[in-house]
Design a protein around this ligand. Structure first.
Ligand code: HEC
Length: 105
């Protein structure tokens, strides 16, 4: 009778981890992949800049997280920065903004 208890405990722990950001691990992997390849096509594969500016912690210091999240969701009119709203939820855009502010390895 130990197995069901173990399963329930691990399910509970898993859901707690997922709740920490509200984004399940597989989706986070997808988002990091998107960041590298799609965002990287303009911002540079290592986000050090290209057509778009570098998305490094040093450059983004002092820029509010909500401002960056809004840029990701809605893009910037009149610039090549496209809106990602069709592909990302608010929470996912916020999570990506956190990643670039903290520095993606
Ligand atoms: C087609 C090219 C292109 C793609 C793809 C792209 N960006 Fe951008 N991005 C830009 C440009 C150009 C700017 C600068 C806009 C401006 O002049 O204000 C920018 C600006 C930004 C900024 C604001 C930076 C700042 O210093 O204020 C953030 C954050 C950002 N992009 C994140 C992303 C993320 C995350 C993705 C992928 C989900 C992405 N971008 C994909 C071109 C792109």
């Amino acid at each position: 009778m130990k197995l069901p208890a173990l399963i329930i405990t691990s399910l509970f722990l898993l859901s707690q981890t997922a709740l920490a950001s509200g984004i399940p691990e597989p989706r986070r992997m997808e988002l990091l992949n998107l960041l590298k390849h799609d965002c990287g096509s303009c911002h540079g594969l290592s986000l050090k800049g290209g057509l778009g500016p570098a998305l490094t912690p040093e450059r983004l210091r002092g820029k509010p997280i909500d401002f960056l999240t809004a840029t990701i969701l809605y893009g910037r009119t009149g610039t090549p920065m496209p809106p990602w709203r069709p592909f990302l939820t608010d929470r996912e855009a916020f999570w990506l903004a956190e990643r670039i502010k903290e520095g993606v390895r």
